[in-house]
Write a protein that binds this ligand. Structure first.
Ligand code: ADP
Ligand code: MG
Length: 261
């Protein structure tokens, strides 16, 4: 593990928008926390959907990922305790959208997040997740440089595989330079609809191509998952019995199993 005193870090990434990164970040983090794991979710998307999805108001946040990247604040002083036991958040503030431009000529611009993790002094986490923005931008590069694992969320639709090549290239490039220890730990299929032939076909193709890198558990298309953010709660606190909540609990267990926890 790269950051001994901090915890194993997983970037939830895909440069496409709307493929379930944020939904996965929130609900996987909440599921692991419910399974007694101490979890930190880092919101690295200027949209701040992980922040609001955990019931935290961006307007009331004093420092967040922007301040960390700018070197103006420490991780320990920016972490917010959520309403849920074991679940912590490093929120995104609105000014994060300007970080990209402000960092263009800054020294060590790709490693700002990593440096902050290394400097962290506090209790370690069992899991740290980074919810990445929908672009292969400097923010995503910061996440991948600071991570031990990358989890790719993939929506089972026609263009699912398209763009994956570009993402794999980026991962290879990061491994060659900034972070040789980055593990491609898993592909999670989201919005799966097994009554739909195309969704089933895409699932088969992805499994044939990526083998055991693909999580056995899948996330079905489930309306409860899309409703939960408007209540600012993880789906398991909106409707524990829903297929969406049960699926993320399964993924949490599979992740722990894969990492032999
Ligand atoms: P990303 O972070 O990759 O942009 P989101 O997690 O925000 O994607 O998901 C995009 C939209 O799809 C959101 O409105 C979300 O509520 C909805 N959504 C995500 N996963 C599911 C699912 N399994 N079933 C139904 N709706 C979903
Ligand atoms: Mg998102």
């Amino acid at each position: 593990m790269k950051h001994q005193g901090f915890g194993p870090v997983t970037a939830v990434a895909n440069q496409k928008g709307g493929v379930g990164k944020t939904t996965t970040s929130i609900n996987l983090a909440a599921s692991l926390a419910a399974l007694d794991q101490k979890v930190l979710l880092i919101d690295l998307d200027p949209q701040g959907n992980s922040t609001s999805g955990l019931g935290v108001d961006q307007q009331e946040v004093e420092s967040g990922t922007y301040d960390i990247l700018m070197g103006e604040s420490s991780i320990a002083s920016s972490i917010v305790k959520t309403e849920y036991e074991n679940l912590f958040l490093l929120p995104a503030t609105r000014d994060l959208s300007g970080a990209e431009v402000e960092l263009v000529n800054a020294s060590g611009r790709e490693q700002r997040m990593k440096d902050a993790f290394t400097a962290y002094q506090g209790d370690a986490f069992d899991h740290v997740f980074i919810d990445c923005p929908p672009a292969l931008s400097l923010l995503t590069v910061n996440a991948l440089t600071a991570s031990d694992y990358i989890m790719v969320t993939l929506q089972t639709e026609f263009y699912a595989m398209e763009g994956l090549t570009q993402l794999m290239d980026t991962i290879r490039r990061i491994r060659r330079g900034l972070n040789p220890e980055l593990n491609m730990e898993g592909i999670l299929l989201t919005m799966v609809d097994r009554r739909n032939n195309l969704s089933t076909q895409v699932e088969q193709d992805v499994r044939a191509y990526f083998g055991s890198q693909v999580y056995e558990s899948v996330i079905p298309r489930n309306v409860r998952l899309s409703e939960a953010p408007s209540f600012g709660v993880p789906v398991m606190y909106h409707d524990l019995k829903s297929k969406g909540a049960q699926a993320y609990l399964e993924v949490a267990q599979e992740l722990m199993h894969r990492r032999a926890i």
